[in-house]
Design a protein around this ligand. Structure first.
Ligand SMILES: CC(C)(COP(=O)(O)OP(=O)(O)OC[C@H]1O[C@@H](n2cnc3c(N)ncnc32)[C@H](O)[C@@H]1OP(=O)(O)O)[C@@H](O)C(=O)NCCC(=O)NCCS
Length: 146
């Protein structure tokens, strides 16, 4: 199956992105920061870029959200359709996200990986990321579903 190179996708792609996250088994927050309204707001804010990989036929099979907070870049919600894994799609999306972030002046790239997601840890290590064992992720949120 021929694939198109990673390229930016937009708010109109939201339904396809959600369908892909579901197919990939990714945990996301459809009532919170991954709602359509939040997604559109984040894109409009200029600090988030959605990047997708499509087949030649136009099926979306990989997606990532590249965001930054002015200090660091974050690789978020990376997912590849189960039928298209181990072909280098995720790695190409990480590279594309880094390029987008570099163009915005960002030089540090990071990702949060849930415990037990060994595939993702291996992926990021293979992409040159350093693991930080023992690092704690703490967060405080105004609602449980965001
Ligand atoms: C993790 C995920 C994005 C990887 O996508 P992918 O397109 O298959 O990954 P790639 O083909 O680019 O893999 C590149 C390298 O990562 C590592 N890797 C990827 N998947 C792996 C797995 N299941 N087990 C071990 N290593 C893996 C390998 O080193 C691989 O290189 P290789 O195939 O030459 O051995 C995909 O499995 C997925 O969508 N998982 C569910 C959602 C998820 O967990 N997202 C990450 C959230 S942080």
């Amino acid at each position: 199956m021929k694939l198109r190179p990673p390229s930016p996708i937009g708010a109109s792609d939201y339904p396809r992105i959600i369908a892909l996250w579901k197919a990939a088994g990714l945990s996301f927050k459809p009532q919170g920061r991954d709602s359509r309204e939040a997604f559109e707001r984040q894109l409009a804010g200029g600090t988030q870029t959605a990047i997708g990989v499509e087949t030649e036929e136009g099926e979306l099979v990989g997606v990532v959200l590249a965001t930054h907070d002015g200090r660091k870049g974050w690789i978020n919600r990376l997912a590849v359709h189960p039928d298209y894994r181990r072909q280098g799609i995720a790695r190409s999306l990480i590279t594309a996200a880094e390029e987008v972030l570099r163009a915005q002046g960002i030089e540090i790239f990071a990702a949060l990986i849930e415990p037990g997601n060994d595939a993702s840890v291996e992926l990021f290590l293979s992409a040159g990321y350093k693991d930080w064992p023992g690092m704690h992720y703490v967060s405080k949120r105004d609602r449980e579903d965001i």
